[in-house]
Design a binder for this molecule. Structure first.
Ligand code: SF4
Length: 269
């Protein structure tokens, strides 16, 4: 595995890692001290608003390839946090992600995750481990819309039922580190009704919301600045803890949903 090249954005630095079989994944340095790492080559969830799932799933990264992204970058950057939020679904490569997580933690790094929550069997372990934040990618309360947006994300009612049982078993402190992600897509999930249902769900689960801006990599449109602010205020007025996506996550280089795989893709990939 080697660092093939770096691409400078206005705020972020994108790293292209070449794996020993010629495949590539990407990682991003953002906020100056946070490395977003990939966990799979391609992604089985295939979200239609994300470039990472475009080739479908190719293979899992080994634990040393997940950890290796840090090793290659930190020779020239001080890294304090890891975001397991690059290409791939961490729960779908859980054994290797867990080994990498333990190595990150042993080195005193703060580690946060983005996940669609599937496979459910691995979710309790993730939520109970000493993480520094888990964001569950929900994006809607409507099962049919979610199945269209995230075809490989599993069944939404099943996930919610699971969370309703699991979350009350966690401490309040742990629950405060969990949030539901909502990427606003114009005309899809941004009506007042959509937002109120989402707020109600977060409230009933006792977790916050992470409101994300869409980096236009697919067929959707992002609401404009004013509409986004209005959505934020509407959610806040329901008494919900709302975290906004930062400028770093919105950048064209290395922003959420923009990472891609490349290199020698397998036939049909
Ligand atoms: S948003 Fe995450 S889960 Fe969805 S395709 Fe992209 S990398 Fe996979």
């Amino acid at each position: 595995m080697r660092l093939q090249r770096t691409v400078e954005g206005e705020l972020n630095r994108l790293f292209v890692f070449e794996l020993s079989d010629g495949l590539r994944v990407e990682g991003v340095l953002y906020r100056g001290d946070t490395l977003c790492v990939s966990t799979q080559v391609g992604c089985p969830v295939r979200c239609v608003f994300c470039a990472s799932g475009r080739y479908g799933f190719i293979r899992n990264l080994k634990a040393e390839e997940i950890y290796g992204q840090l090793e290659l970058v930190r020779s020239f950057h001080g890294i304090r946090r890891i975001a397991v939020a690059g290409i791939g679904e961490p729960l779908a490569n859980w054994r290797n992600v867990k080994v990498a997580f333990e190595r990150f933690r042993r080195e005193g790094l703060r580690v946060s995750f983005y996940t669609c929550g599937f496979p459910l069997s691995n979710l309790p372990q993730l939520l109970r481990m000493p993480h520094n934040g888990v964001t569950l990618s929900l994006h809607t309360t409507d099962p049919a819309t979610r199945a269209e947006l995230m075809p490989g994300a599993g069944d939404l009612p099943q996930l919610l039922q699971f969370l309703r049982k699991l979350l009350p078993t966690l401490s309040r402190r742990k629950r405060k580190k969990i949030s539901l992600a909502l990427v606003l897509l114009k005309g899809v999930n941004d009506s007042a009704g959509d937002l109120l249902r989402f707020a109600e769900l977060a409230q009933s689960l006792g977790v916050g919301i992470t409101l994300l801006r869409y980096n236009e990599v697919g067929v959707f449109e992002s609401p404009d600045e004013e509409e986004f602010e209005k959505a934020f205020l509407l959610l806040r007025r329901q008494g919900i803890r709302v975290t906004l996506s930062t400028r770093f996550r919105r950048e064209r280089i290395g922003g959420c949903g923009t990472l891609t795989v490349g290199g020698r893709l397998p036939r049909g990939g």
